[in-house]
Write a protein of this length. Structure first.
Length: 331
């Protein structure tokens, strides 16, 4: 199986029960996750050798974060530890027409405070097939923008492909800051998770209808080095009922998955990461484009059915679901 390195911040997530406001809750559910960590878990579930590269607090929360990763088979050889705090975020689950809201408390975490690479880059990417990182990491600080580029260049020098998920978060940085960084990083990227809104608001592509093929074509013209673009199209009927469809641009053609109605949604957080993990798995395994997008979308849909940030399904379960048209009991 291909070897993958994922870099990012794993965080403590504290969630109020659905229907209870954060300011009124008397108890919070505990989960661990983060964009790149969730992708790492997905790929480990599918049988890949995955290393998660990060830094956590030298305390019980950091230990729990490491145990979370290891419980899914993610290697933590490059998980640094230091005195300080683990990044945290709080979730107020939406219901009906009220959207889920997130409050970040990650400033000054041990990961966010990093100013230089603390890993041995000569060995970090040794015999690695893919390096995955997202736009969340460079959004943490100007230093992390420089670090992200340095690590990506080290990965490219080692001969491995680079996967980048734009993953824009308005609570972390402005559109102009993100756009400036994308101009620097995307020429180094092989696989990119980016959709219509990224194309318009971050890459400056003029809006022209809803056809995703147009936006993929324009992004490909800007960055001919990128082999694959992928994204999801979500129709929100309510917080608990969505439709989801995946799209993939590969070898100059656009491929679209079947449309999935998700009703009800148990936990939407991490659905995009599950989609990215499924796409990367299909590309690494050499699936046909149609197989890649159906697998990735099925993985994202399944993630919506479980609590927590990460996908909890293996390859055979995702394949079985992608080929099924029924939720009947399996006996």
């Amino acid at each position: 199986m291909p070897k993958v390195v994922c870099l990012g911040e794993i965080m403590l997530r504290l969630s109020a029960e659905a229907g209870v406001r954060l300011q009124q809750t008397q108890q919070l559910e505990v989960f661990y996750g983060g964009g790149e960590a969730n992708v790492a878990v997905s790929l480990a579930n599918y049988g890949h050798q995955v290393q998660f590269v990060s830094k956590v607090a030298e305390n019980g929360f950091g230990q729990a974060a490491e145990q979370h990763l290891r419980s899914y088979g993610v290697a933590t050889d490059y998980l640094l530890k230091a005195d300080g705090r683990l990044g945290t975020y709080f979730v107020e689950q939406g219901t009906s027409q009220r959207a889920t809201s997130v409050i970040y408390d990650r400033q000054d975490s041990v990961f966010a405070r990093m100013t230089e690479p603390e890993w041995e880059l000569a060995t970090l990417f040794n015999k690695t097939d893919l390096f995955h990182v997202s736009g969340i990491t460079p959004a943490l600080s100007p230093q992390w923008q420089t670090l992200t580029l340095e690590l990506i260049r080290a990965a490219k020098s080692a001969g491995c492909k680079v996967s980048f998920d734009c993953n824009y978060r308005q609570n972390l940085w402005s559109q102009s800051e993100a756009a400036n960084f994308l101009k620097k990083v995307l020429p180094l990227v092989d696989y990119c998770s980016a959709g219509k809104l990224d194309a318009i608001h971050l890459l400056g592509i003029p809006e022209a209808g809803t056809d995703i093929t147009y936006y993929y074509q324009k992004m490909q013209e800007l960055f001919p080095n990128i082999e694959a673009f992928y994204s999801t199209n979500r129709i929100v009927h309510s917080t608990c009922i969505n439709e989801l469809q995946g799209t993939l641009w590969l070898n100059g053609s656009c491929y679209t998955s079947k449309n999935h109605l998700i009703d009800p949604i148990i936990d939407r957080i991490g659905g995009g990461d599950a989609f990215s993990g499924g796409t990367l798995h299909g590309l690494l395994k050499g699936f046909s484009p149609e197989e890649v997008i159906e697998f990735a979308t099925a993985a994202a849909v399944l993630k919506h059915s479980v609590k927590g940030d990460c996908n909890q399904f293996n390859e055979s379960e995702v394949l079985q679901f992608s080929k099924s048209n029924s939720a009947a009991i399996k006996r």
